[in-house]
Design a protein around this ligand. Sequence first.
Ligand SMILES: Cc1ncc(COP(=O)(O)O)c(C=O)c1O
Length: 434
Amino acid sequence: MGTLPMRTAKLATSCGAGRWREARLGGSKLEGDKRSRMATIAHRQLRLAGRMSHLGTESAFEVLVRARDLEARGKEIIHLEIGEPDFATPANIVEAAARALRDGWTHYGPPAGLPQLREAVAEYTAGQLGIPVDPSEVVVTPGGKPVMFFTILALVNPDDEVLYPNPGFPIYESMIDFVGGRPVPYGLREEHDFDADVEEILARMTDRTRLIILNSPHNPTGGVMSRAELARLAQALAGREIFVLSDEIYSRLIYEGEHASVAQFPGMKEWTIILNGFSKTYAMTGWRMGYGVMRADLARQVALLMTNSNSCTASFSQVAGVEALRGDQSSVDRMREEFRRRRGVIVEGLNGLPGFNCRQPHGAFYVFPNIKATHRTSKALADALLNEAGVACLAGTAFGKWGEGFLRFSFANSVENIQRALDRIRSWVKKNGE
Ligand SMILES: Cc1ncc(COP(=O)(O)O)c(C=O)c1O
């Protein structure tokens, strides 16, 4: 199929659903039989279900593909686009997985997760947040991301409104749209230090609000919700039967103060789904393991969605997950301290660039500099930095329209590479800036 001559394939655009598309392979020397077979293979019209048009994407993966493509053509790229720790998974966890494989943890397990991991997650979450958690309230999933999908599938009916942060992780809006819900964005503002403004959330709530999504520490801004704002939100939600999906995947990556969760406030645990996982805390992005903590009746429904989709999370990964949560935590502290050092380097470097103004993020491993004074759009600047300076980053608009005027850089890369990236951007700005 790769040999199909692109230059000559011209599609009839008016064909009806389910019919073969007609391919005019003008000038081709292909024999009739072979020619019609290739045309058939290449141009059978793909008739998708309508819901697919509502599905969004995560641009980080697209930029990564473009960057890899440039690399394949000989260009050297510094990767500050993708949100994953560059550290190896701690050795004790790798060893636990290897042992689990040898011991035969290579078969299906219960859809909600292995009992020993659900217990470990319950104990860990109770210890972290100081709230009681029972293993029946835990569902283990392949990565934290499915918790978004499953919760929204389980709770949101068509036309139900869901509040979510903008800029924010793009999959929230995608999933809300996909299930026919109404996405209602709330802003995260630079002048508010990217802490969610509860007044704004409350102002956007209506009788149709079914779910509010919070993310702290926040991707892409590095903002952290203060205990005071969470308390105000919890108070306002009392008795309203509105669920909160609290994405706490970066909760161990906080540089000032302590992590707080809305689930800690009186009456809120019953209405909160905590999304957490191993990807960011233990540098385990490729292991695909996360979990949700939620009331047991909802956990049973989410487990049913697991039965219908993945069956279960990989068993040997789960055995290693117990080691991650219960074993030595010093590598988590070391990674966080290294991220803190990198944060200092990148914030100072960006603030030294004309047209850039960068706040110090309080959590996660992203900076979200304001680039409005460069007089370029986020997308134009991100594209130019990739293609001309060899630095991959994301446009703020990859996280929603209110991300215009910002870029996102991940500092999950070495200090040396961050400094090289800053040098490249500096030279580029010198040559191309106003
Ligand atoms: C805010 C946020 N939530 C959830 C996830 C998903 O994490 P996982 O890789 O465990 O699915 C990410 C990953 O980038 C994220 O940034």
